[in-house]
Design a binder for this molecule. Structure first.
Ligand SMILES: Nc1ncnc2c1ncn2[C@@H]1O[C@H](COP(=O)(O)OP(=O)(O)OP(=O)(O)O)[C@@H](O)[C@H]1O
Ligand SMILES: [Mg+2]
Length: 346
């Protein structure tokens, strides 16, 4: 249990916040994902976890392994896009001594190391087509030959594939083999972006604050309402990872007290300002005529509503949440005020 203590986990479970150590969520989407993991973890079926970067795909893949009967066997993660082309085969299937220059000893591949356990094929959408054929054979026949070897190795592994891309689309585009897709995608799990499950944000914020306060021996009390509101409305392109990194940075830099809006990065405050521009009028030092200021404000909004609806008064009134007849009266009044002003000026 690396990032969440036993007691916190028990409390959180009772609150229905998390059923897996270190994974926090209370949104409907996360509850559905948790339900699915509980149902399928022990089934041995292959799983594809899809979601944007930082949504917790790696975390979920590990949870699936931990809740399966394979939990005492290895969990081996391999990033399919990060291995140099010339080493890919040996990385997956191992090699015998002398298989190629530099292969001074035999080395087992990741499939063999994962035997009995789970192999997590990360970024599977980036796997090249040649390798896809070889992986398909392993999944179908549960055997392979190491590079340079003639002896067949039998293995028993469960595959959890992880991808940021829509694999079905990749199949349509001819970038991913359809047969491998069907072999892998017995159970699809989709992790939604954080901006589509905002109710998880306050929970994640306090989870990470508690975690980093403990890890860094700090005692930050929490976030101000304004700061929380900014975090709630920010679009989080880097998802939970971006949120986690931000909380860590704030804990390190602030050390104690309450985190306020001023402590947050400018780009986050700007997002809030764009969504909810502050319309605070300035009171001049020599005072103001409140009645004319209010009429001016009303006149501007009426003008904008008519502009937005191409002069259709019924629609403009709807935008302003007033009756059409009230709008017509107000327009008439402003017209007569304007013409009186014009007449007296002329
Ligand atoms: N629901 C969650 N509860 C707690 N921590 C989370 C949650 N989701 C993600 N995290 C944390 O956010 C970070 C990113 O998660 P993870 O690496 O699993 O994302 P990912 O979807 O695999 O991203 P990538 O596609 O970039 O590899 C990790 O530190 C993880 O612990
Ligand atoms: Mg990952």
């Amino acid at each position: 249990m690396d990032s969440f203590g036993e007691t916190e986990h028990e409390n959180a479970c009772q609150d229905g916040i998390t059923r897996f150590p270190g994974i926090v969520g209370q949104s409907d989407a996360m509850r559905r994902a948790f339900d699915l993991v509980e149902k399928v973890a022990d089934s041995d079926s292959n799983i594809v976890v899809t979601g944007e970067t930082g949504t917790g795909k790696g975390l979920l893949a590990r949870a699936i392994h931990q809740y399966s009967h394979r939990c005492d066997k290895p969990f081996v993660q391999i990033n399919c896009s990060a291995i140099p082309e010339n080493l890919v085969e040996s990385e997956f299937f191992g090699h015998v001594r002398g298989a190629f220059t530099g292969a001074t000893t035999a080395k087992p591949g990741r499939f063999e190391i994962a035997d009995g356990g789970t192999i997590c094929l990360d970024e599977i959408g980036d796997m090249n087509l040649d390798l896809q054929v070889k992986i398909l054979r392993v999944l179908e026949e549960r055997e392979f030959e190491p590079v340079g070897g003639i002896k067949t190795v039998q293995i028993d592994v469960r595959v959890v594939a992880v991808t940021q891309h829509d694999l079905e689309k990749a199949v349509e585009l001819g970038r991913f083999r359809e047969d491998l897709f069907f072999r892998l995608c017995v159970i699809p799990i989709i992790l939604p972006a954080l901006r589509d499950r905002r109710s998880d944000i306050p929970l994640l914020v306090s989870h990470f604050l508690q975690h980093f306060n403990a890890a860094k021996k700090k005692c930050l009390e929490g976030f101000s309402e304004e700061a929380l509101s900014i975090l709630y409305h920010y679009p989080w392109p880097g998802n939970v990872r971006e949120l986690k990194n931000l909380v860590e940075r704030l804990v390190v830099l602030k050390r104690e007290g309450v985190i306020t809006a001023r402590d947050l990065p400018e780009k986050m405050r700007d997002t809030m300002e764009c969504r909810f521009p502050s319309r605070k009028p300035e009171l001049p030092a020599d005072g103001i005529c409140l009645n004319s200021a209010l009429s001016e404000f009303e006149r501007t909004l009426i003008y904008q509503s008519l502009e937005k609806t191409n002069g259709v008064k019924k629609k403009a009134a709807e935008l302003l949440n007033i009756k059409r007849t009230t709008l017509v009266e107000k327009i008439k009044r402003y017209h007569s005020e304007t013409s009186t002003l014009e007449e007296s000026a002329g």
